[in-house]
Design a protein around this ligand. Structure first.
Ligand code: PPE
Length: 305
């Protein structure tokens, strides 16, 4: 959980205790709000950089566009706010959570005049699925919940209410002793984890579901596809089935929070040799090098604080 660090709220940095909202905030009732998840890393030279800041801030605004929320700041102002907060809180490796929500006003569905509020929290956050997970891999199940289809879910947006699907799938998986759940889409194809995209490796080729499918086309996913191509590994974006997951040589999850996490078991079936595979290890190594400023070719992904 966040240490009690100051929080950027509606244009100023306030003490942790003051970053509050009224129970009549519209988003609390109806879920129409938007959030992002971003990480910053400290490089060998001691400088801290936010990974793909511009892309995350752009997605925050894209999500708000889909959600018909008018943000009272520009993308540049939000990017500046994130950097300012990290400097103020003297943070190096950390997770950054911007949230845009509808505050007080009317408690009616449309909420046309409710105030739009923006907050940004940041805190040191280790490995999402546990420290061991990055090396040993995690055990996952295919969820009994279905990723909501694109007729009813705005899959390119990180809208708060849409995460009910993820929360229930994650709770079910954990209650059954798994680390994470994989959701299938309405046709039965593999969609994603509750907070991660999914990749598999078979005969040296990397596969991941197409970005047009019912999934958040993550920024980590895009980055890994680029890194795989840089490494000369063939990548294919295509529909994948549950059977293909079971027969994969390697499977891994990726996301800002999850970084690159190997999967060692799916529904009781051992993936490959049951340990982090060589391609997963390579991609993971390249990812951590890029986020820490050790890949000159991908220096453009970093926004120094
Ligand atoms: N799918 C979902 C459903 C998702 O929530 C995320 C991010 C991704 C894919 C990967 O997207 P990207 O971070 O752009 O590579 N999940 C965020 C929230 C996790 C949470 O527990 O909350 C994150 O990783 O920050």
């Amino acid at each position: 959980m966040p240490d009690k660090l100051p929080i950027w709220l509606d244009g100023e940095i306030v003490p942790y205790e003051n970053a509050t909202t009224h129970m009549l905030s519209h988003t609390l009732h109806y879920g129409l709000g938007v959030f992002e998840g971003i990480r910053a890393y400290q490089g060998k030279d001691g400088r801290t950089a936010v990974f793909r800041l511009q892309e995350h801030v752009k997605r925050l605004f894209d999500s708000c566009k889909i959600a018909t929320i008018k943000v009272p700041y520009s993308e540049a102002q939000i990017s500046d706010a994130i950097r300012t907060l990290l400097r103020n809180n003297k943070l190096a490796d950390c997770y950054i959570r911007p949230l845009v929500w509808l505050g007080e006003g009317t408690i009616k569905v449309a909420a046309s005049d409710n105030v739009v509020r923006v907050a940004i929290a940041a805190w040191p956050w280790g490995a999402y699925l546990g420290d061991e997970a990055l090396e040993q891999g995690v055990r996952v199940c295919v969820s009994s919940y279905t990723r909501i289809g694109i007729r009813a879910n705005y899959e390119k947006a990180k809208i708060c209410g849409q995460y009910v699907n993820s929360v229930l799938a994650k709770r079910e998986a954990m209650a059954n002793g798994y680390h994470e759940a994989i959701l299938l889409d309405q046709q039965g194809f593999v969609a994603e984890g509750t907070g991660e995209n999914i990749f598999l490796v078979r005969d040296g080729v990397i596969y991941t579901p197409d970005r047009g499918a019912s999934l958040l086309a993550g920024i980590t996913r895009e980055s890994l596809l680029d890194l795989a191509r840089d490494a000369g590994i063939e990548v294919r974006e295509q529909a994948l089935t549950r059977s293909e997951l079971y027969l994969a040589d390697e499977v891994f999850l990726c996301g800002t929070a999850a970084e690159v996490t190997p999967v060692r078991e799916i529904d009781g079936r051992i993936v490959g040799t049951g340990r982090r595979g060589p391609i997963t290890e390579r991609i993971q190594k390249d990812y951590f090098a890029a986020v820490r400023g050790e890949n000159a070719r991908r220096e453009g992904w970093l926004a120094y604080v």
